[in-house]
Design a protein around this ligand. Structure first.
Ligand SMILES: Cc1cc2nc3c(=O)[nH]c(=O)nc-3n(C[C@H](O)[C@H](O)[C@H](O)COP(=O)(O)OP(=O)(O)OC[C@H]3O[C@@H](n4cnc5c(N)ncnc54)[C@H](O)[C@@H]3O)c2cc1C
Length: 409
C-alpha cells in the first residue's frame, strides 16, 4: 500500500500510492484535465466550484476497534506468471503481487488461465488451484467459467488469509521495484491491470462489497505519476483540484475515481460462487514441490500461494512486506479515500482504516506501536485541518457539529 520502504531512496522504491498521487502528469492528462478547467463559467466559491462536502474522520485513540497486520508477497522484479512442467504436471505460477494483489487478481488470473489452456495436454479439463486468497479465488472462478472442474488446496481459507487483511483500494501500487523490473514485466503488469480494472466493474454492488469512490491525493507540490502515465485510460478521471475545490489543508490535491473492495464481503462471495459452481476445497498445507507432485492428482496446477510460494517452490526473491492497519468505528457518512505523505484512510462498512506502513523484509506479525502512533496522529492532524465545508472554517473537532455532518462519537 502506501509508502513502501520509507521512500528514503526514491529511485529504488517500488511504485507507491504516493507516486500514484503525484498528479497524473499535467502534460499527459492535459486532455482530461483541460475540459474541467475550460468551460468554467462560475466564479471561484460559487456552488458549482466548491466540490463535494466531505465528512471528516473522527480520529481518537478510544475509537480504535481493532488492529490487523499482514505480510504482502513482494518481489522486486514483480509477480511471477509462467508455466513449467514437473513430471506429468503443468504448473502455472501466479504469485507475488506485493501491495496490489486485490487489485490485480482478475488480471493475472486471466493471464494464468491462458497459460493453463495453452499448456494443457489433450482435452484435460480438471485443474488444481493452490491457495484460497484473492488470487486463487479469481483464478479458480475464471477456470470454472471456462468449463474446468476445479479443486482448491489451501492451508488457510477466508477470513484467515493475507487478502482479508488488505485495505482494498483498487490501484496497482507497491507491486514491484521500478529499478529492478524489466520493460517486458511492466508491459505485462499494465495488461493485467487493465484486465482487472474491467473485471472488477462487474462486481460493483453491495453483494460483492465493491463500490466506486473518490480518492484525494494530497501533497505539498503537484507532480506527475508514473502509474497514471502508464495507465492513462484507467486514470482518466485524474484531476488536479484548486484549493477551493477541496476541504483539505494541502497545497496540492488530485482526485481520481477508483473502486474500493471490502475483502470480508468480497472473498466470501467469491468462495460461495466457487462452491455453487461445483468447486471443491481441500484444506491442508503443502510443504514442497515433491508434495505437490505426490498429493495433487490434477495434471494442471495453478500456484496462487502468495508469500507461501517462496518456501513451496524455492523462490528466494519473494520477501514479506509488513503492513498494519488501525481500524476505527465505522462512519458511514465518510465516503472518500484520502492519501497523504505515505498515510491513507479507506472508509469501509466494517470500519475506518488508517494505514501507512510497508516494511520490506519484516516478517513479524506484531503491531508496531511507534508506526501506529505516527499513523493515528498523522490522520488526526489531517482531519483536524480539514475545512468543514468548502468556504467554512478549518478544524474538525471531535463530536463538534460540522456543517451538515455530525461526527459519530
Ligand atoms: C495492510 C495491507 C494492506 C493492503 N492493501 C491493499 C489494497 O488496498 N489493494 C490491493 O490491491 N492490495 C492490498 N494489499 C496486498 C494484498 O493483500 C496482497 O497482494 C494479496 O492479498 C495477495 O493475495 P494472494 O491470494 O496471492 O495471497 P494470500 O491472500 O496470502 O493467499 C495465499 C493462499 O495460499 C495458501 N498457502 C500459502 N502457502 C501454502 C502452502 N504451503 N500450502 C497450502 N496453501 C498455502 C494460503 O493459506 C492462502 O490460502 C494489502 C496488504 C496488506 C498487508
Amino acid at each position: 500500500m502506501s509508502s513502501p520502504a520509507g521512500g528514503s531512496e526514491p529511485a529504488r522504491r517500488p511504485l507507491t500510492r504516493r507516486d500514484a498521487l503525484r498528479w497524473g502528469g499535467r502534460a499527459l492528462l492535459g486532455a482530461a484535465v483541460a475540459p474541467a478547467c475550460a468551460g468554467r463559467s462560475t466564479p471561484p466559491g460559487a456552488p458549482a466550484e466548491r466540490g463535494p462536502v466531505l465528512a471528516p474522520v473522527d480520529v481518537a485513540w478510544d475509537r480504535i476497534i481493532r488492529r490487523v497486520v499482514g505480510l504482502r508477497p513482494f518481489r522486486p522484479a514483480g509477480f511471477v506468471l509462467r508455466a513449467e512442467r514437473q513430471g506429468e504436471q503443468l504448473i502455472v505460477h501466479n504469485y507475488g503481487h506485493g501491495g496490489g494483489g486485490i487489485t490485480l487478481s482478475w488480471g493475472t488470473a486471466e493471464l494464468a488461465v491462458r497459460e493453463a489452456e495453452a499448456g494443457a495436454v489433450g482435452q484435460e479439463r480438471r485443474a488444481a488451484v493452490l491457495g484460497c486468497g484473492v488470487v486463487g479465488l479469481a483464478t479458480a472462478r475464471l477456470l470454472q467459467r471456462r468449463g474446468w472442474a476445479v479443486t482448491i488446496y489451501a492451508r488457510d481459507l477466508p477470513p484467515r488469509t493475507t487478502s482479508n487483511v488488505a485495505g482494498g483500494q483498487w490501484t496497482p501500487s507497491s507491486v514491484f521495484d521500478r529499478a529492478v523490473a524489466t520493460p517486458a514485466f511492466v508491459e505485462q503488469f499494465a495488461r493485467a491491470s487493465r484486465i482487472a480494472y474491467r473485471h472488477y466493474q462487474d462486481f460493483v454492488g453491495a453483494g460483492y462489497g465493491v463500490r466506486w469512490i473518490d480518492n484525494y491525493y494530497l501533497a505539498d507540490e503537484p507532480g506527475s505519476s508514473w502509474l497514471v502515465d502508464l495507465l492513462p485510460d484507467v486514470y482518466a478521471s485524474s484531476t488536479d483540484l484548486e484549493p477551493h475545490e477541496h476541504p483539505f489543508a494541502a497545497r496540492a490535491a488530485n482526485r481520481i475515481r477508483t473502486m474500493l473492495i471490502e475483502p470480508a464481503i468480497y472473498l466470501n462471495a467469491l468462495l460461495r460462487d466457487f462452491r455453487i459452481a461445483g468447486g471443491t476445497v481441500v484444506a491442508g498445507e503443502l510443504r514442497d514441490r515433491r508434495q505437490v507432485a505426490e498429493r495433487i492428482p490434477e495434471r494442471v496446477v495453478v500456484n496462487c500461494t502468495g508469500l507461501g510460494a517462496g518456501a513451496l517452490f524455492g523462490d528466494d526473491q519473494l520477501v514479506p512486506a509488513k503492513g498494519q492497519l488501525t481500524i476505527l468505528f465505522p462512519q458511514p457518512e465518510v465516503d472518500y479515500i484520502v492519501v497523504q505523505g505515505g498515510l491513507y484512510m479507506f472508509p469501509r462498512s466494517d470500519g475506518i482504516l488508517l494505514g501507512g506502513t510497508f516494511e520490506r523484509g519484516d516478517a513479524s506479525l506484531g503491531v508496531d506501536t511507534a508506526a501506529e502512533k505516527r499513523i493515528v496522529e498523522g490522520h488526526r492532524s489531517l482531519f483536524a485541518g480539514m475545512r468543514a465545508a468548502p468556504g467554512g472554517p478549518r478544524g474538525a473537532g471531535r463530536s463538534r457539529r460540522i456543517g451538515s455532518w455530525r461526527s459519530h462519537g
